[in-house]
Ligand binder design. Structure first.
Ligand SMILES: C[C@@](CO)(OP(=O)(O)O)[C@H](O)COP(=O)(O)OP(=O)(O)OC[C@H]1O[C@@H](n2ccc(N)nc2=O)[C@H](O)[C@@H]1O
Ligand SMILES: Nc1ncnc2c1ncn2[C@@H]1O[C@H](COP(=O)(O)OP(=O)(O)O)[C@@H](O)[C@H]1O
Length: 275
């Protein structure tokens, strides 16, 4: 039996930083949904746990040691001889604000739980792998609070065609949180009272300014996206990936073509935000 899971890109449609805990972690209020596109993981029975990696962003990652997939495998109380040959097709840029590592860890938790017929590790263990892991296990539109442990499922009105753009710079999350001056910003306005997009347009990503200060090219990405007339565009997570949402698949494809023609060195991916 071979099990396959797509580790979908996590998109912070907005991300408000509303406080800081005594251990330094920041309190968040974020609306999150997932792309159709992601890394692809497969799990086959084996006597030990191994990880092989390929794909466009696989080069910088090691298949041993602290890879989040192997850390996820260590969360299970498995029996002797219970292993898995895991393969990762790494399609998402690393350290890019779309939670590739957390999505991989979540996919590994779910895939291995099925392969080994063992219960999913509890939410606290999931959170210890990464603050974004529980939301990636949930894998549906949601509002996340705390550092990611408070999850409220939401119903997105419809699938939205989307373009993801990363200028091929990696951004270390802790640096961006550290550079944020005001840790005490207003929460997400409750909603949506009107349409989803109108509601989201009124929200923010509080990490956008410090991320731009760290990597000014993010401002160019946001400006280039704006010029393609999306319904909504913003940076996800701590960056540098930005997203644009469009009315139709055609509009998204045209936007992606236009962006690729002007910026052949950027990672540009057409996909859909799923309900
Ligand atoms: C900012 C967010 C928004 O969804 O996404 P990304 O930009 O990583 O995709 C997440 O909260 C990131 O979650 P994740 O990437 O799993 O974070 P972790 O590995 O747990 O934390 C990495 C480091 O980021 C900082 N950190 C993380 C989360 C948080 N709420 N406050 C923090 O200050 C801490 O310095 C921590 O040591
Ligand atoms: N399977 C994995 N995929 C991506 N990153 C991983 C993985 N395992 C460990 N990491 C490490 O986790 C860090 C954060 O990666 P990632 O989750 O892609 O960031 P972000 O949440 O900002 O998109 C990187 O520094 C990377 O080296």
């Amino acid at each position: 039996m071979i099990i396959k899971r797509v580790a979908r890109a996590k998109i912070n449609l907005c991300l408000h930083v509303i406080g800081q805990r005594s251990d330094g972690y920041h309190l968040l209020d974020s609306v999150v949904a997932f792309a159709e596109y992601g890394d692809v993981l497969t799990f086959a029975p084996s006597e030990s746990v191994t990880l092989s990696i390929n794909g466009p962003f696989g080069d910088g990652l090691s298949g041993t040691g602290d890879n989040l997939i192997l850390q996820a495998a260590r969360c299970f109380d498995r029996k002797n001889g219970q292993g898995a040959a895991i393969h990762l097709e790494k399609n998402l840029p690393v350290a890019s604000g779309i939670g590739g590592g957390s999505a991989d860890a979540a996919a590994a938790l779910v895939g291995l739980s099925e392969l080994w017929e063992l219960p999913l590790p509890d939410p606290e263990k999931q959170l210890a792998l990464g603050a974004d892991v529980p939301i990636c296990v949930a894998g549906q539109p949601l509002r996340m609070r705390g550092i990611g442990e408070v999850i409220e499922p939401l119903e997105l009105d419809q699938d939205h065609p989307m373009v993801l753009v990363n200028p091929n710079v990696s951004v270390a999350t802790p640096k961006i949180f550290k550079a944020l001056n005001n840790k005490d910003n207003p929460a997400v306005i409750d909603g949506p009272q009107t349409g989803w997009i109108d509601w989201l347009a009124k929200q923010r990503n509080d990490l956008q300014a410090p991320a731009i200060a760290h990597s000014p090219v993010i401002a160019n990405v946001l400006q280039a996206l704006k010029q393609t007339a999306p319904m909504l565009s913003r940076m996800s997570g701590s960056g540098a990936t930005c997203f644009g949402l469009y009315q139709t698949d055609n509009a998204a494809q045209e936007a992606a073509l236009r962006l690729s023609a002007r910026h052949p060195d950027w990672w540009i991916q057409t996909t859909r935000l799923t309900t």
